[in-house]
Design a binder for this molecule. Sequence first.
Ligand code: ADP
Ligand code: MG
Length: 156
Amino acid sequence: MAPKESITDNFQETRKLGGLLALEIESGRRQVPASGKAQVFCLEGDLGAGKTTFTQGLLEGLGAEGPYTSPTFLIMKHYEVKIQNPKTKVQNIYHFDAYRVGEEDILSLGWEELVSDPENVIIVEWPERIEKILPERSVRIKFEWLDENRRKITFV
Ligand code: ADP
Ligand code: MG
């Protein structure tokens, strides 16, 4: 990932940052060669910090079929990629919001299978809630509220 730490001045910039991550995924540069597992991105930060906004840019950049709604009341939302990238083979995107749930709830949605499939990209809001079941290879992205329109986004 090019910048380790970014400050965005409005929501469009945060969305664009999600698009940049999509480009990295699409190029195949992020995937650990032959890891044979899903790529997992954990978005940490308080309510309103921009996690869902970032996710929308990521979904769009990966060519996920919209609309991109917040999964807060769903726990998980599944998206299919319109045209599979022949290089990365990413086919499905699962957007989790663990705010109101715990590890058992997420496991019961087939979590173990989902994280084992290299054709999946998995995005988790509130990963703190399900720390014990997150794969060690998960990529951490931290969101901080600076003021009404500015957010700090750090790739840990
Ligand atoms: P979260 O998923 O972390 O709770 P959301 O992305 O749902 O956060 O909400 C962020 C809110 O803050 C949105 O209403 C968005 O328009 C607003 N916002 C203002 N400035 C920014 C920014 N720089 N980046 C992201 N969101 C911003
Ligand atoms: Mg959210």
